[in-house]
Design a protein around this ligand. Structure first.
Ligand SMILES: C[S@@+](CC[C@H](N)C(=O)[O-])C[C@H]1O[C@@H](n2cnc3c(N)ncnc32)[C@H](O)[C@@H]1O
Length: 137
C-alpha cells in the first residue's frame, strides 16, 4: 500500500469517527433521511430504489462494497431481509457498522470484511447483488 492510499484510509477513519457525533447524525437525517454516519450523497429514496431494482429480499445475498459505517448495506438488510456482507478498507467504519448491526438485531445476517475492492477474498458467484455508493469517485 502506498502513502497516498494509506492517507485516504486514515481520512475516512476520521470521517467515520466524526459521523458518530449526534449533531452530525441529525444533519444526515435531515439531508439524506438516514442515520448511519454516511459519507456519500445517497438518500433513503435512492437506497430504496436500489433495493427494488436489485430485487433484494430474504433469499438474496448482497455485497456492499465500500460500505463505510453501514450505509446503505445495513439499511438494505433491515428493509428487505437480505443477507449482506460489508467490505471496506477503513477499520473504523466497519467497527461502527458492526455495532449498529448488533443494536438493530441484524448480526446473524451481516458479515464484515476488511478488504480492498481489488483483492476481495470471495469465491465467484457468492453474491446475488452488489451495491456501492459513491465509491468509484
Ligand atoms: C464516500 S465513502 C462512501 C461510504 C458508504 N458507502 C456511504 O455511502 O456512506 C467511499 C468508501 O469507499 C471506500 N473505497 C474506496 N476505494 C476502495 C477500494 N478500492 N476498495 C474498497 N473500498 C474502497 C472508502 O474506503 C470509503 O469508505
Amino acid at each position: 500500500m502506498d502513502e497516498a492510499e494509506r492517507a485516504t484510509i486514515e481520512e475516512f477513519e476520521r470521517r467515520y469517527r466524526l459521523g458518530e457525533a449526534p449533531a452530525r447524525r441529525r444533519v444526515e437525517q435531515l439531508v439524506l433521511g438516514s442515520d448511519y454516519g454516511a459519507t456519500s450523497y445517497t438518500t433513503v429514496g435512492q437506497a430504496a430504489d436500489l433495493a427494488q431494482r436489485l430485487q433484494l429480499g430474504p433469499d438474496v445475498s448482497l455485497l456492499d462494497l465500500g460500505a463505510g459505517s453501514g450505509w446503505p448495506g445495513l439499511y438494505l438488510a433491515a428493509a428487505t431481509g437480505c443477507r449482506v456482507v460489508l467490505a471496506d478498507r477503513p477499520e473504523e467504519g466497519l467497527r461502527i457498522a458492526q455495532q449498529r448491526a448488533l443494536e438493530d438485531g441484524l448480526a446473524d445476517r451481516c458479515g464484515f470484511v476488511r478488504s480492498s475492492g481489488e483483492l476481495m477474498p470471495f469465491r465467484s458467484q457468492v453474491f446475488d447483488a452488489i451495491t456501492n455508493t459513491d465509491v468509484f469517485c
